[in-house]
Design a protein around this ligand. Structure first.
Ligand code: PEP
Length: 251
């Protein structure tokens, strides 16, 4: 059985005091942890403080990026070991904002995934099509190309541990969420890619989230689908009550 995973992506939001206020206001979810895994991914500036405060409440913490090297002359970058050393478990990689605004390629994302796994971090790999790609019927092809490039040479056991977030680009931060049926259909396509690439057993283990304008009002409906194992949530994860009610959508 796959345990649902509900993850908050704060993006470039919250100062240190604001992050501390969230952590203080967020409920202790240890009583839910048999049924759902809760993850918060803050910016680097408050990662250590949020990790300290939220881990005690049964919430795992993740980074939003890493640089694929162990150490050295990479001004402004953060290594997987640095992230791991402050108690992070997850790292979001391949988010569409990094693909489209910062020009990250599947090859670069693949390097990051390898380094994350090497250091014991679990990648949350984001894939998804733009509106133009969707309208020209390329959703399946785009997701498969992103999976192939990003997971190149990743062995079965590591692939099974990786979380995939299907995030249609047109649904991110727009308030226009994908229909539950469309999300289930594309996520099934993603799972079938795992069947073809890694076999049935790995495909049955890998957790696949939906992301794109998930809110307290629609989270449970996504979670009722057979192949949707969680949500990656941006805007609606910034307030403790809103995020908690999304987490409860998985129960
Ligand atoms: C995201 O940034 O991963 C995301 C899904 O954002 P939002 O929930 O705001 O659409």
């Amino acid at each position: 059985m796959r345990k649902p995973i509900m993850a908050a992506n704060w993006k470039m939001n919250k100062t240190l005091p604001e992050a501390a206020a969230f952590a203080q206001g967020m409920a202790d979810v240890r009583s839910l942890s048999d049924k759902v895994e809760t993850v918060v991914c803050p910016p680097f500036t408050c990662l250590a403080a949020v990790a300290d405060a939220l881990t005690a409440k049964g919430i795992a913490v993740g980074a939003q990026n890493l640089y694929p090297a162990d150490k050295g002359a990479f001004t402004g970058e953060v290594s997987p070991e640095m992230i791991r050393s402050i108690g992070c478990v997850y790292v979001i990689l391949g988010h569409s904002e990094r693909r489209h605004i910062l020009g990250e390629s599947n090859g670069f994302i693949n390097e990051k995934i390898k380094k994350a796994l090497e250091h014991g971090l679990i990648p949350i790999l984001c894939v998804g099509e733009t509106l133009e790609e969707r309208q020209s019927g390329k959703t399946k092809e785009v997701c498969e190309t992103q999976l192939e490039g990003s997971l190149k040479e990743i062995p079965k056991e590591a692939a099974a541990r990786t979380v995939v977030a299907y995030e249609p680009v047109w649904a991110i931060g727009t308030g226009v969420n994908a229909s539950v049926q469309d999300a289930q259909e594309t996520i099934l396509t993603v799972r079938n890619w795992f069947v073809q690439t890694y076999g049935q057993e790995t495909a049955a283990q890998v957790r696949i989230q939906y992301g794109g304008s998930v809110k307290p009002e629609n989270a449970a409906e996504y979670m009722s689908q057979p192949d949707i194992d969680g949500a990656l949530v941006g805007g609606a994860s910034l307030e403790p009550d809103s995020f908690l009610s999304i987490v409860k959508g998985a129960l």
